[in-house]
Design a protein around this ligand. Structure first.
Ligand code: ZN
Length: 251
C-alpha cells in the first residue's frame, strides 16, 4: 500500500474535546511482531509526546481496529494496534472510519498535563522565575523540571508553598484557553517572549490558564483548572542545576 503522502492533520489541536470524529484511511501496514499501523488523513488521537501519553481507543468501520499506542514520526501519526476480529474484515485505503477515544484515559492525561502547567504558574507566583524544562505528565510519577536551583534549606518550605498555591488556584478556578496564534500574538500571551525552540515562522499553539501567562504546548487540557482536582507536591529535589518537582492528583 502507498506510503502516507503528507503530515496527518492534528484535529485535537483545534478541538481537544472531540472524543469521536470521522476520518479516512490513508494506509494500513503490518509492523514487525504482527501489530498493524493505521494512518488516517486526520486524527483526534493524541500521540505520545510532549510529556503526555498516547490516547487509546478504536477505529471503526465494518472492522474494529483497537488502538493500543499512537506515535508521530515526521508529522505522520501512526495508530498501532490490532483488529478485534483477527479473521474478520480489515480497513482499506480510502475507507471512511469513525475514531473513538477512551474518554477516561484522555481525561486523566489532560488533568495531569494541566496540573504540570499549573505548577509553572505557581513557581512564578512564588517568585521562582525558572524556565520549565522537561515535563513528564504520565500517571506513574509525573514531574516538571525547572532550569535553576532552589536552595536546599528552602526546599521543604517551597514544596509546601507550591502545593498551597496550586490548590488555591484550583479552588478559585480559571478557564483554560488553548489555541493556535500568529507568532507575535503568541509571544504576547506568553509574557512577551517565546522559548528559542519555537520558530518565528511558526504559528505556535498556546495554553493559558485565566490571567496567568501562557506557554507553548501541543497537548490536551482540562476546560477549567478546577477539573484538575486536588494537587499534591510529592517531592522536590535539586540535581545538576535543575529543580525537579514531582506531583500527583487525586483520582
Ligand atoms: Zn504542555
Amino acid at each position: 500500500m502507498a506510503a502516507p503522502a503528507g503530515p496527518t492533520r492534528l484535529a485535537y489541536f483545534d478541538d481537544m474535546w472531540a472524543l469521536r470524529a470521522p476520518a479516512a484511511v490513508l494506509s494500513v501496514h503490518q509492523e514487525e511482531g504482527g501489530r498493524r499501523a493505521v494512518v488516517l488523513d486526520a486524527t483526534i488521537f493524541h500521540p505520545q509526546g510532549g510529556g503526555q501519553p498516547a490516547d487509546t481507543g478504536v477505529i471503526v468501520s465494518a472492522a474494529r481496529f483497537l488502538v493500543e499506542d499512537v506515535r508521530v514520526k515526521d508529522g505522520v501519526v501512526f495508530h498501532y494496534g490490532r483488529f478485534e476480529d483477527a479473521d474478520g474484515e480489515e480497513l482499506s485505503q480510502g475507507q471512511s472510519v469513525s475514531m473513538e477515544i477512551d474518554a477516561d484515559r484522555r481525561k486523566l492525561n489532560s488533568r495531569l498535563h494541566s496540573a504540570g502547567h499549573l505548577l509553572d504558574s505557581c513557581m512564578t507566583n512564588l517568585g521562582l522565575h525558572m524556565e520549565p524544562g522537561k515535563g513528564y505528565h504520565f500517571p506513574d510519577g509525573p514531574f516538571v523540571e525547572y532550569k535553576g536551583v532552589v536552595p536546599t534549606d528552602q526546599l521543604q518550605d517551597t514544596k509546601i508553598q507550591l502545593e498551597k498555591e496550586a490548590n488555591e488556584l484550583i479552588s478559585k478556578g480559571a478557564k483554560v484557553l488553548v489555541s493556535v496564534f500568529p507568532y507575535e500574538e503568541a509571544a504576547k500571551l506568553c509574557g512577551g517572549a517565546l522559548p528559542s525552540y519555537i520558530s518565528e515562522d511558526s504559528t505556535p499553539r498556546i495554553v493559558k490558564f485565566g490571567d496567568c501567562p501562557g506557554c507553548p504546548c501541543g497537548g490536551t487540557h482540562v476546560a477549567d483548572i478546577t477539573d484538575i482536582g486536588n494537587l499534591k507536591v510529592t517531592n522536590i529535589r535539586v540535581k545538576k542545576g535543575v529543580t525537579k518537582v514531582s506531583y500527583s492528583i487525586s483520582p
